[in-house]
Design a protein around this ligand. Structure first.
Ligand SMILES: [Zn+2]
Length: 148
């Protein structure tokens, strides 16, 4: 199956961090440019959660990590390096294996709001691209710094 060509959108994983004993971050939806998922994996237990920024559970969690969690792990490896990510999560990864395949956790609900608000703060520090066009995927971004 060839995925349809999509208009420019948020990076697949615009935000990833190793914080609060978790690998967590924000993953944009593959199908809806206005929707993002907050995904997290706990260090040690590897229990994971994925929900929309409105705390709606991800439909892809069928007893195993969804594609957003896999994308989150892949991006963390790019940004932090596989060694650091695996050490942080305390996961044993055989040579050549995907860390996302080596997690032994179960689904465990976790609030998305904290991660999501950090993502918004992170966005605020990013340089806004030099464009006069509206950025539809940022429509939920507060227009005047009244947050906090
Ligand atoms: Zn998901």
């Amino acid at each position: 199956m060839v995925p349809p060509v999509q208009p420019r959108k948020l990076a697949k994983v615009p935000f990833v961090e190793l914080a609060d004993g978790r690998l967590q971050g924000v993953v944009s939806s593959g199908s809806d440019i206005g929707r993002v998922y907050v995904s997290s994996i706990a260090a040690g237990s590897h229990n994971y959660n994925c929900s929309t920024n409105n705390n709606r559970p991800c439909g892809g969690l069928y007893g195993s990590p969804c594609k957003h969690l896999r994308a989150l792990v892949a991006e963390a490896v790019v940004q932090y390096g596989a060694d650091r990510v695996c050490r942080y999560l305390r996961v044993e990864v055989p040579e050549g294996a995907d860390p996302a395949d080596c997690l032994g956790g179960v689904h465990e609900p976790a609030p998305a709001a904290v991660v999501f608000s950090r993502f918004l703060r992170h966005l605020a520090y990013l340089e806004v691209p030099d464009t006069t066009l509206p950025i539809p995927e940022l429509h939920w971004f507060p227009a005047t710094g009244t947050v906090g």
